[in-house]
Write a protein that binds this ligand. Sequence first.
Ligand code: BES
Ligand code: MN
Ligand code: MN
Length: 484
Amino acid sequence: MPTSDRAATAALSWLDENESASIQRLIDWLSIPSISTDPQYKVEVKRAAMWCAEQLRAAGITQVEVMPTGEPEGSGHPIVFAHHPGSPDYRGPHVLFYGHYDVQPVDPLNLWDSPPFQPEIKEAIPGGPGRRIVARGAVDDKGQVLMFIEALRAVRFATDKVAGGVKFTILIEGEEESGSVNLDRFVRDHKAALKDCDVCLISDTGMLARGKPAITYGVRGLAYTEVTLRGPDQDLHSGMWGGRVMNPNLALAKVLSKLHDENNRVTIPGFYDKVIPISADERAAWQRLAFDQTDALKKIGLPQSADWGEKGFAPLEREWARPTAEINGIWGGYIGAGAKTVIPSHASAKVSFRLVADQDPAQITQLFFDWIKARVAEIAPGFTVECSDLHGGLGVTLPTDSVHLQAASRAIKRACNVEPALIKTGGSIPVAGLLKSELGISTIFMGFGLDDDRVHSPNEKFEIECFRMGARSHALFIDELTRL
Ligand code: BES
Ligand code: MN
Ligand code: MN
């Protein structure tokens, strides 16, 4: 057996034998409430960064820093930035590993079966989820980042070389869930260090299904906005004024109802101009994945008749390769207990767009703002609309024939005994577009989540079997890198 095969086997054995310690470390990390969007948790977010830095050091990486971000410095959440030069005989690519240690808010808290930051291991339910760890951040993304860190430990044990000798730069941020607003500047400021990287590895996506690992070769972009429609300069008695002025809630509902046409296409002029059509090959490949939309709808409590989306496209095509407009929240007027007869002075909505190549978030945001101003002028003359751009990020689609992706594919095949599927996702990971546009670096998304992991929801979970597959795949990916 070549040394490398023996080392790979030793790394996998190490992961098996140390699995309960690995899970215990995950429990420790998940106990830190690193909610990035809520300023109240700033100290906890930093604690989660320090914890992560400590784990990288424990895996043998010596150049590890917890760096402040934002303007003024420290106003953002820290980035864990680490580097390992690789061993002198290493000939493979310089890999940038990206992950995030921040998590989404936990509300509604009353829907959690156990407290979100007191991780619990729950046993498998026949016909349902397998043995799993339940906590906010379990799969998104601490559990998946830890698969990589545990793989680093395993290969170090097996090869006696830190990171198996692979040249790594590691960037683990604390603002992904709040739009990575300070990441652009960090990437620009550290361009010199980052542009030496050949490829980025991200473990923050999902598999095709339970037991069916996948490599994700594309994520959608995002443009996120908030709009406030202002009418009278005060709330009004609806008896005195009802029938004499337009109601801002009604005006906003009328405006937003025009976002889609009868084919469920977005009506904003120019919205589709830069959308790249789906190729016949891709269409055929996605059909072969035999995705079951009826079953997916059933899992979210809906019948087949609730299937909705842009006419002329299959569900996976709509999720992976078509842009959308969503109303994330809408509010205005009286929403307390009982009845209050009022015409509110204003109404607001959070409106976002999932984008596909080559749509530009800043441009789409501007098109939307122009569109909504024109609609308000038609529907509610004399009213004004305030528009704010909350954040945005480019989507990416990556080549599926790169040597790096093929190495990842071989690693997963060896780790899980099954060929990974090639999939895309409708979700967004802003860093991938940033790395592509700023530095020309492609990403490999090697994620092990499941559709029913309740990402961003109460009772978020990560199944132990998925963690295991992920840690093994990462260890063998490191092994594959040493063979390139
Ligand atoms: N890990 C997710 C992205 C994701 C979700 C990938 C589902 C694959 C499947 C990531 O943490 C996330 O939630 N991203 C946000 C974007 C961000 C700008 C708030 C998203 O997609 O809404
Ligand atoms: Mn994530
Ligand atoms: Mn997320």
